[in-house]
Ligand binder design. Structure first.
Ligand SMILES: [Zn+2]
Length: 343
């Protein structure tokens, strides 16, 4: 194993991985906020953050290796969320997300966020979403994009239903799917009706499941909510029968290795099911989750997988190709992305 790791590390070069066309299907807009941007937004909002330089602020807005749970992980967001709740913030994050993606060799990104969480008095969820869609549409970027609207487990059923309505109304402007996010000890079942409406209206569903909770959360996502992609699904390692069923149904997995370490979903990558699922024929993709909060890039995630499990550049290209097939895109975009990844 050690020899294979060393060999792979020698074979897979960071520049080659950065140049490899990649797709990030699981990237939270709020978790991608640059630290310098947070400081400028704090100034504009007149809100004091715990520090006023990039270096001093980073320990407060990034998760350290001592983070142990998803709930602890989510508290980092509470530090900077107040500065996001102002007009202009979400649009700026969206523009900068495309810049950072392009610099990292990402050719397609699906940005997800919950408009309700970034709303404020006089700045409703609809305005937040329209600001993001406008910023992405106006950006002169080589990166193609889609927006996934996150329902959020702690929100009331009616608010999540309103988010589904909002997403459906903006499907012709770049909203491509729905997600359900938030602490997984809160059940997703109460939102089943709203999420079914989204699916029936043409918005496919990805669900955060099997990250903090066990296989039952994956079962709920698949059987009750109708997810066609799963965020994390680390808990598949605990239930071989369920894993087989997920594979045979062709559901895609959005694996976020660094994030899984930060939230304590796995204690170490030797416990992570990524490679076993990949070898078993699952549609496995790699994603960043919260690149700024986790201090990672998609290139970093590909390198981490390569070095941990001895993958070569061809294996990594297979991950990109799997993401093309799993992306929430129309036929023409998928054909273009296939050509880009296989070139
Ligand atoms: Zn996530």
């Amino acid at each position: 194993m050690g020899a294979a790791r060393d060999g792979a590390a020698a074979l897979v070069d960071a520049d080659a991985v950065r140049a490899l066309p990649k797709l990030d299907l699981h990237c939270h807009l709020d978790g991608a906020a640059r630290t310098a941007t947070l400081l400028e937004l704090a100034d504009a909002a007149g809100h004091a953050l715990p520090a006023d330089t990039v270096d001093a602020l980073e320990p407060f807005v990034r998760v350290g290796s001592d983070c142990r749970s998803l709930r602890e992980f989510l508290t980092v967001f509470e530090t900077f969320y107040p500065v996001l709740r102002q007009p202009g913030a979400a649009g700026r994050l969206a523009r900068e997300l495309l810049e950072d993606a392009a610099a990292d060799g990402v050719v397609h990104v699906e940005a997800r966020f919950c408009p309700s969480l970034q709303a404020a008095d006089g700045y409703p969820p609809e305005a937040v979403l329209e600001e993001v869609l406008g910023a992405l549409a106006d950006a002169d970027s080589p990166v193609s994009w889609g927006v996934i609207v996150c329902g959020y487990r702690p929100l009331p059923v009616e608010e999540n239903a309103r988010l589904v309505d909002l997403a459906l109304r903006h499907a012709d402007r770049g909203v491509v799917g729905m997600d359900l996010a938030g602490p997984e000890d809160l059940p997703g079942r109460p939102f089943a009706d709203a999420l079914r409406r989204a699916r029936e209206g043409g918005l496919p569903l990805t669900v955060h499941a099997g990250e903090a909770a066990g296989p039952e959360s994956v079962r709920e996502a698949v059987d009750v909510l109708g997810a066609t992609r799963l965020g994390h699904a680390v808990a598949l390692r605990e239930d071989a029968g369920l894993a087989e069923r997920v594979r045979d149904a062709g559901l895609a997995l959005e694996c976020c290795l660094t994030s899984n370490l930060s939230t304590g979903a796995v204690a170490g990558l030797d416990e992570h099911p990524f490679d076993a699922l990949r070898r078993a024929g699952h549609r496995v993709t790699l994603a960043t989750d919260d690149p700024a909060v986790c201090d990672t890039t998609l290139t970093d995630e590909y390198l981490l997988a390569a070095r941990t499990w001895g993958l070569g550049l061809d294996d990594l290209r297979v991950l990109s190709a799997a993401a093309v097939e799993a992306a929430f895109v129309d036929d023409a975009t998928r054909a273009r992305l296939r050509a880009t990844v296989s070139a």
